[in-house]
Design a protein. Sequence first.
Lengths: 419, 419, 419
Amino acid sequence: MTLAGRHLISINDFSNEEIEAVLNLADEMSSALEKGKRLELCQGKELYTVFYEPSTRTRSSFETAMHRLGGTVVSHAEAQVTSSVAKGESIADTIRVLERYADVIVMRHPLDGSTRLAAEHSSVPVISGGDGAHEHPTQTLLDLYTIRKEKGAIRGKSVALCGDLRHGRTVHSLVIALARFEAKITCIAPPDFGLPDHIRDILKAYRCKLTEYESLEDIVAEGSLVLHQPRVESRESRVESRGGRGTPERSVSRLQTPNSRLQTGFMSFLLENLDVLYFTRLQRERLPTREIGGAAEESYRINRQLLEKSRDDALIMHPLPRTGELAYEVDHDKRAAYFRQAGYGVPVRMALIALLLGAVEARVSEGPKETKLAKDVCGVRCLNPRCVTNAECYAAAKFYQVNPQLLRCYYCDWMVRVV
Amino acid sequence: MTLAGRHLISINDFSNEEIEAVLNLADEMSSALEKGKRLELCQGKELYTVFYEPSTRTRSSFETAMHRLGGTVVSHAEAQVTSSVAKGESIADTIRVLERYADVIVMRHPLDGSTRLAAEHSSVPVISGGDGAHEHPTQTLLDLYTIRKEKGAIRGKSVALCGDLRHGRTVHSLVIALARFEAKITCIAPPDFGLPDHIRDILKAYRCKLTEYESLEDIVAEGSLVLHQPRVESRESRVESRGGRGTPERSVSRLQTPNSRLQTGFMSFLLENLDVLYFTRLQRERLPTREIGGAAEESYRINRQLLEKSRDDALIMHPLPRTGELAYEVDHDKRAAYFRQAGYGVPVRMALIALLLGAVEARVSEGPKETKLAKDVCGVRCLNPRCVTNAECYAAAKFYQVNPQLLRCYYCDWMVRVV
Amino acid sequence: MTLAGRHLISINDFSNEEIEAVLNLADEMSSALEKGKRLELCQGKELYTVFYEPSTRTRSSFETAMHRLGGTVVSHAEAQVTSSVAKGESIADTIRVLERYADVIVMRHPLDGSTRLAAEHSSVPVISGGDGAHEHPTQTLLDLYTIRKEKGAIRGKSVALCGDLRHGRTVHSLVIALARFEAKITCIAPPDFGLPDHIRDILKAYRCKLTEYESLEDIVAEGSLVLHQPRVESRESRVESRGGRGTPERSVSRLQTPNSRLQTGFMSFLLENLDVLYFTRLQRERLPTREIGGAAEESYRINRQLLEKSRDDALIMHPLPRTGELAYEVDHDKRAAYFRQAGYGVPVRMALIALLLGAVEARVSEGPKETKLAKDVCGVRCLNPRCVTNAECYAAAKFYQVNPQLLRCYYCDWMVRVV
């Protein structure tokens, strides 16, 4: 297997061995950068960044990565305004032109599955810089790199994911990768903000056991943390979506909040066992109304008191930008890893670019698992209103066959039950 | 004659020999690119892209062209917002500063003649990336390159231009060039969307005979194409503009649509003789209201049925972006040349940049024809409401003397009759 | 002292000797550029431009400067829209990420003191490209370079600053520098548009005597210029702010306009003694309402008549963009230096970048004066509504102790009287 010429749209596009090849090369890139060595591995190569949504870290670090490799960059920082999309051009047409100019394309787009659609129309590697609420695979590469570099390994580490796990695309890619690398995963999300069904379905394949909590309340008066008990996993009791969101959703049995004395003990137990606390911002731009998020955001906040209870060697991670969920007072703690984490974006993306362009060849024996597309799904549509197949008229729906009754969208991974 | 230091605002700024010099060098650039040879012809040179309108292809391919030549780029992708124009700066002032930073400037602007005005104030080459509804000369260079490369020559080829020929700046430059290279030109445009008068005037000088049709109706039920008969060219019967558009316009005598049986035969004859079908999008952004375009757009569409009637070796071209006029089903046909056409943008623009910067010297004996400016035109104003002279207060109107009664605007080429 | 690794936020961050080191190196850069010599001093280095406000000259000339030095650039031309700021990110967080990607950062932001805040959070040099109405130090470097190059020296030259001296950040940096280099300074500004108090306070330290006029009226019928007499400097008679502006302000005793005969003589005297007339645009974007400015703008205009009265060897300067205050007819006069002035932006910024990156080492014995921060100012807030400390919640107010009753904001230099 080679990574040259490949796309990276979902973290599942790469096998574990391939991910490790990227991380290993990132280590080499990192030490070359530190020594001030100039790398001209990609001289004469052209990277395109095509961003239909705002970005600071992803676009910047890709562009710097390419420059550090000796390559050049053409930037579409606000493609929704500055490109022909403003004249009504489709994603496919845009890519079919740009693939003739670029050697590699990084694309961010608000529609789920949009970058997969782009990749289908490109003969040069397309890297997703995030597609809607779906995935953000290069963020995951640098998250894995951070854990491996600062905790020595990923396997067996205990990682808590806190915040908006439903709409956070970084978390979607990350939780899959963590499951594949056999980390212990704890999810802490308010009701309605838990992992979406399609992610749970993908996780099943890796026999991942999720420990889940419904809420991480704000520090209570006496300095203890109120944590809701693990909710009973009632995977079988499937019910209809509870209106207003337009999406099918699992029922969640709400448990009573236990008294805080009990909680304190429990929380200590939990925090003492966590190697990584990964926080995420509420994805306001993906919420139907702003109100929904308001309450949820209030209950998510890491601050000094929570830090005091955490292990001395825990990592506090965050994909950034943060809003209220991560207090500024945490920044001065040595466990705060999020700015270092952002910084790793450059060597990790250098490694990825170099491998996809074939400038460096990785020794990898096993590629990603091939999943077969479902046949005879004519007329079936993806139920995700933000799926690219519901927005671009020429994009035909395609599905993976999960089981005889269940399909998963080829573009956005949402589940469709067929009767 | 040398191309070094010259501007390219109108396709008529270059002689035929000079255009061929660009196309020949583009061939060399193209094969160098294919061999992966690095060209460092423009090392140390700085290209500025200054775009006041959205662009995917033009800006990108210029920037990639410069990178492939070893040069560097400063990009103003949304100059109307991000530059001092937002503080009220004039075109002249902007250029008089940028010419001190750049070695060559590519500019796109919504006003007709704006790039000519810019060129007047610049000591470094200014290349138009499109000025309003006026011209788009570098698109024409790559259109000519496409025809020459894929059909072997331009001279004598039969080219049909279909769509919004009034507002489409790419067509304006192209039809002039086709006339100069003695192609056979067929224009197919709905009423009010035909070539504007000033283009017809320029064409006259090249003794070009236009064959014109008023409408290319959608495929009728029985699969035949309804084509209106050529309209009688009543060039002498000049009447006043028919209100609402604010522009002087020739009267057009509407003919009855012949029955479709007749049409089918005629269409076959037509299609069998066409080497190139060049489609263009309705320029919604240049229309006074959106409604006008609605109907016109409906009657323009190339699809599989039309393709079946066309010659096996015909080229379907389109400057892109497309909207409804070009069905996705056409993409898979080998005659569909539009993505290849877009791809030629890089070698053609590399050739142009290298020649204007003097990095390569073309052996050209004849330059463009010099046309004299009219004297004693004090007080005469251009009638084009989108002409740069009607928007920038310091820009004085200038005209070419077509004949004792007729002037042509130096900036936007619109005609003014003097009494 | 070395300039390597230093920030440039206020012109007072550099000593006179350091400013001269930049100007001397700019001279070398300039002649290298003229000879077409390639400089690869900053090869492998990455410059970030992060602009939250429109810019033509500053961003462009920094990017070109970096390219001419062999370095690379990542551009955020409209950071308020395209970066994570659109998701609510703070200045500190943005910089703490970008400092891990960039080798040097140029930032423009609408809040006063914002770039100082950025510099506090960056381990790589931050250069201010203008912060609100506060300062624009690199414009000042090129202004000084222009005067020195075209008038031979700065010391002893007679410089008039005309226009909106209150809101014009370029003037704020410049007047301080002129005072430090012992130029003779004349300020001509309409009432309410004079230099702000904090600038006057800084000037005091350099024992600078300002000559000030309240208005430069439009040319009167007989071709004479109406100039108000110098106002009595009543520095002691401090009164409360005159409402509506929300800012503390000195009282100004209005004098009667003398008759124009007297004026004519006086004006001639004035113009005959001026080496430099520096005009500035009304900073509409910093005014509470547009009306206030309307009248003021009317009274500021340099045109041919004024030029005729000026010295043959005077320099007309302007930081650009201009609006109505500088007539186009002035452009053709040899004294019009403003486009040359803009052009000097490239060599001056090349010199600055090379010095801050340590690519060139300047021999400088004396650094800038250190001023001590005030202690025990808990609870004191800056009175400037546009100060970054009043917008970014985590930014704690800091002050310099001017005297026991007077503080000056560390970020925006506004004065606060403590009781």
